[in-house]
Design a protein around this ligand. Structure first.
Ligand SMILES: *Cc1c(COP(=O)(O)O)cnc(C)c1O
Length: 354
C-alpha cells in the first residue's frame, strides 16, 4: 500500500495518474512506442499539449476569455526573472510574504526599480500583510498566493489598476478564485499537477503588448504564445502527466469539488493542532494555508518519539522546511482525507503516551 505522502514538493499524485503515466512510458497510445521516444511534433503529442492547455484554462474558467496557457521549462524560479524581463520597464510593486516572494524580488531587481508594498519578514513571515496600497504608476503588482514554506495563504487579493501577476505554484487548482482578475499566473507543475519539469503560465493576451524590451527567445512570452508552447521541445513527460492530473480533477468535479475536500482536510488537521496540548500552530490563524500546514511540538523532547510514531504509521514528508524547522503537512489535491486522519491519529497517540 502507498504511504501517506505529505511531501511539500515534488508532491503526491493520484495513483490512477501514476498508473497511466507508467503505461505511456512503455507503450504510448497503443502505438508500441514510448511517450519518451516519439517526436514532440507528432500528432499524438500535439494532441496532448493542446488538451492540457485547454484543460488548464477550463479549470480556471478562462476559456475564451483572452488567455493563453503555456507549459514552459525552468521551473517557477525562471518565472521570477521572466516576468520582470518582459514587463518591468521602470518600476514594479511586490508583496513579500516569504522565501519565494523574496526570491522573485531578488531576480526582478536586476531589471528595474522595485517597490516592496508590504512585507511580513518582521514576524518571520507568519502572516499575510493587509491594508497596503499599490500605486498606479508601477508596471505590475506581483504576489505569491500560497507560501509553501511558512504555511500562509492569501485569502483575498488587492484591487489594483495595474497588471496583477501571481505565483500560484503551491495552490493552483486547489480553490476557486476569480482568475480573470489576474493578468499572469504561473505555477511549477510539481506542487499540485505533475512531475517537475513543466511550469504552467496562464497569460492574458493583452499583456503581450506590454513587453517592454528585447527579450531572448526562450524567455519571451510572446514567442511562446505564437508557437503554441512548442517553440522548442517541451518537457513531454511532465506535460503528459499534468494532462492526466487535470483530467482526473475534471472527472472528480473540478476545482469546486476539490476545494471542498481540501477544506475538510485542512479543518481536520488544524482542529487537532489547536486541540492537542502537545502541538502549536505557527502562523496567524486567519492566514493559515489549506495546502501546507506548519506546526511545532510544545516540548522538543518529544521529537524523537513523535518522529518514530509517524514513520511507523507510514507517513512521509512531514519535516518542516530546512529554513523553518518544526513540521509541515502538505495536503495537495491528490492527498486523501484518510491520510490526514492517519496523521491526526498519530498526534493523538503521542498525547496518550506522553
Ligand atoms: C516550489 C515553489 C517555487 C519554485 O519552484 P521551482 O519549480 O522549483 O522553481 C516557487 N514558488 C512557490 C510558491 C513554490 O512553492
Amino acid at each position: 500500500m502507498k504511504k501517506h505522502n505529505f511531501s511539500a514538493g515534488p508532491c503526491i499524485l493520484p495513483e490512477t495518474v501514476l498508473q497511466k503515466a507508467s503505461e505511456a512510458v512503455v507503450n504510448f497510445n497503443n502505438d508500441d512506442l514510448s511517450l519518451l521516444e516519439i517526436s514532440h511534433r507528432s500528432a499524438p503529442f500535439v494532441e496532448v499539449i493542446e488538451k492540457v492547455r485547454a484543460l488548464a484554462l477550463e479549470h480556471l474558467s478562462l476559456t475564451d476569455k483572452g488567455y493563453k496557457a503555456l507549459f514552459l521549462q525552468g521551473g517557477a524560479s525562471s518565472q521570477f526573472l521572466m516576468t520582470a524581463y518582459n514587463f518591468l520597464h521602470k518600476k514594479a510593486a511586490y508583496l513579500n510574504t516569504g522565501t519565494w516572494s523574496s526570491k522573485a524580488i531578488k531576480e526582478a531587481k536586476l531589471f528595474g526599480e522595485l517597490e516592496e508594498v508590504a512585507s511580513s519578514a518582521d514576524k518571520n513571515f507568519s502572516y499575510i500583510p493587509k491594508n497596503y496600497t499599490v500605486s498606479k504608476d508601477v508596471d505590475y503588482f506581483h504576489c505569491t498566493s500560497n507560501n509553501t514554506i511558512y504555511g500562509t495563504q492569501m485569502k483575498e487579493f488587492p484591487e489594483v489598476e495595474v497588471p496583477l501577476i501571481c505565483d500560484m505554484s503551491s495552490d493552483i487548482f486547489s480553490r476557486q478564485l476569480d482568475f480573470s482578475k489576474f493578468d499572469l499566473i504561473y505555477a511549477g507543475a510539481q506542487k499540485n499537477m505533475g512531475p517537475a519539469g513543466a511550469t504552467l503560465v496562464v497569460i492574458k493576451e493583452e499583456l503581450l503588448d506590454k513587453i517592454c524590451r528585447e527579450v531572448p527567445s526562450m524567455l519571451n512570452y510572446k514567442l511562446h504564445v505564437e508557437r503554441d508552447s512548442m517553440f522548442n521541445t517541451p518537457p513531454v513527460f511532465s506535460v503528459y502527466v499534468s494532462m492526466l492530473t487535470l483530467e482526473w480533477l475534471k472527472d472528480l468535479g473540478g476545482i469546486n469539488f476539490i476545494e471542498g475536500v481540501n477544506q475538510k482536510k485542512a479543518a481536520l488537521l488544524y482542529k487537532e493542532i489547536d486541540r492537542n496540548p502537545l502541538f502549536n500552530g505557527v502562523v496567524a490563524t486567519e492566514d493559515r494555508s489549506i495546502m501546507n500546514a506548519t506546526f511545532t511540538l510544545t516540548n522538543d523532547q518529544l521529537k524523537e518519539r513523535f518522529d518514530s510514531l509517524w514513520q511507523e504509521a507510514r507517513i512521509n514528508g512531514l519535516d518542516g522546511h530546512r529554513s523553518v524547522g518544526g513540521y509541515r503537512a502538505s495536503m495537495y489535491n491528490a492527498l486523501p482525507l484518510y491520510s490526514v486522519q492517519a496523521l491526526v491519529d498519530v498526534m493523538q497517540e503521542l498525547e496518550r503516551k506522553a
